[in-house]
Design a protein around this ligand. Structure first.
Ligand code: NAG
Ligand code: NAG
Ligand code: NAG
Ligand code: NAG
Length: 448
């Protein structure tokens, strides 16, 4: 039964972040894509008005990373509401198994897949009721393929943006942005940042911009709410790590890279151990779990982390776990999620709402989307990004380690917040609102 439940649970959609972008993440291929079927099959979708509309989706790439998979989720939602959906991938990746399998999945769900540069794509763009560009980089497709038809298509373009890094602010990508019907962005901070940067760097103005927070799938919620399965996963993972039931586990779940702040997390963890010793606190052992290692990708940084652990002699309390597509078992097993993304932070940070669904308190940097998800003092505790955040994070870790009631209360409040605003149906409702407005604006422009 043990093994059975473990296997069933790990079959849940869970996601892993890439090192490519703060907003990006990986999903488990075939399971994840079923995350919307529940939504789709429920009888009254907020997207029903999209019935029989023709939608062209332009993705900069097709891979198991956050951007493309989110767009695919939207494709299936729209299919479920009766829309005709055509998908094109601008960047022709090497034909690998992943691309093949994703395309196959889309075809299977009735999404048509066309070549990005063919006449079919151009015709569809001209005929479509709505064109959705996914990520800033997808902007390259407009001039390259549509050429003189660009002005006819822009008024019905919705641009979905999930990134917050400097190199996306290139005219080459985004010069048409002011003329599209709308932009959709994952957090208010990111939207502000885009407004500022396009204005100050490029001298262009953002179109009407909508913030759409992401939401947890039904599968994830079911898992998070299954107390028995959660308990079994918890015991299983703890046993495999060699930690006791009452040891306190702090985990950071992101692909390992400097931008995600695993180095500063480990420093804070070490400081918290020192504080506990100095203050002679009697506590169960604290452990740090770093999920998202990839020795092949970030060797220098990974080596730096391991050297730190060796140098401080805390090997028994720090656990590195390879990048995995399945994070549910870890969310079930740990006590606190640390979201330590640096600089401008996460564009949104989906792991944060996933952890909150599992009733975990979050210790997060006061940056980016995290500030829109975590309520300081209520669902978690925020610390500053950068080196100056290390000491406050260490204090916060000690604080949560000392007080289980506080931990449980923060976790419970986090869960309630997720149920109130970060569920798949909330996201679908917000997207429906955006699509309605964008369609209306497109229609207005056609008539004028
Ligand atoms: C998932 O993918 C694997 C390999 O790509 C395949 O063997 C398996 O049948 C797929 N499962 C589903 C449910 O599509
Ligand atoms: C825009 O960003 C610059 C730095 O990049 C900052 O100095 C300025 O205050 C920002 N403006 C607004 C309105 O946020
Ligand atoms: C983790 O990944 C490394 C290579 O990146 C590999 O050598 C190692 O066996 C993996 N560990 C596990 C437990 O899969
Ligand atoms: C979070 O709350 C704590 C205590 O209430 C406060 O000291 C800290 O400055 C707050 N941090 C942020 C980023 O608001």
């Amino acid at each position: 039964m043990f093994v059975l439940v473990f296997t069933v649970s790990t079959a849940l959609v869970l996601l892993m972040r890439t090192s490519f972008d703060l907003c990006d993440r990986h999903f488990k291929d075939n399971e994840s894509l079923s995350r919307l079927t529940a939504q789709v099959s429920s009888n009254a979708s907020p997207l029903d008005f999209m019935n029989s509309k023709l939608v062209l989706m332009v993705s900069h790439e097709l891979s198991l990373s956050g951007g493309p998979l989110l767009m695919m989720e939207l494709a299936f939602l729209l299919r479920g509401a009766g829309a005709n959906v055509v998908w094109i991938t601008n960047q022709k990746a090497v034909e690998d198994g992943v691309v093949y399998s994703l395309e196959h999945k889309m075809l299977h769900r009735g999404v048509q897949v066309f070549s990005a540069k063919g006449q079919e794509a151009i015709d569809t763009a001209l005929k479509a009721d709505l064109v959705i560009l996914n990520t800033a980089v997808a902007g390259k497709w407009l001039d390259a393929v549509l050429k003189e038809d660009v002005p006819h298509v822009l008024p019905k373009v919705l641009w979905w943006i999930h990134e917050m890094r400097g190199h996306y602010f290139k005219l080459e990508y985004v010069k048409h942005l002011p003329f599209v019907a709308g932009a959709m962005i994952d957090s208010h901070v990111t939207a502000e940042y885009w407004k500022n940067r396009t204005h100050e760097r490029l001298g262009i103005k953002m179109p009407q911009t909508y913030v759409v927070h992401l939401g947890n799938s039904k599968e994830l919620m079911n898992m998070a709410e299954d107390i028995v399965a959660k308990q079994i996963l918890r015991e299983h993972v703890r046993e495999s790590l060699g930690v006791r039931n009452d040891d306190i586990l702090f985990a950071i779940i992101n692909s390992v890279s400097r931008g995600k702040g695993q180095d500063l997390f480990l420093r804070a963890f070490y400081q918290s151990l020192e504080l506990i010793q100095e203050r002679k606190l009697q506590l169960p052992s604290l452990h740090a779990v770093v999920v998202g290692s990839d020795m092949n990708a970030q060797t220098k940084f990974e080596t730096e982390l391991r050297n730190f652990v060796k140098e401080k002699n805390i090997q028994n309390y720090v656990h590195f776990i390879n990048k995995t597509l399945t994070v549910a078992p870890y969310l079930a097993a740990i006590d606190v999620l640390v979201q330590n993304s640096q600089a401008r932070g996460e564009c949104f940070g989906r792991i944060t709402i996933e952890a909150m669904a599992f009733q975990l308190p979050v210790l997060g940097t006061a940056a980016g989307g995290t500030t829109e998800i975590v309520v300081n003092g209520s669902t978690g505790l925020l610390h500053p990004a950068g080196k100056e955040g290390v000491a406050p994070l260490a204090e916060n870790m000690v604080k949560l380690a000392m007080n289980i009631q506080n931990r449980l209360m923060l976790g419970k409040k986090g869960y309630e917040r997720v149920r109130e605003r970060f569920m798949e149906q909330h996201m679908a409702q917000r997207i429906a609102f955006v699509l309605k407005e964008v369609l209306q604006r497109a229609k207005g422009r056609r008539q004028s």
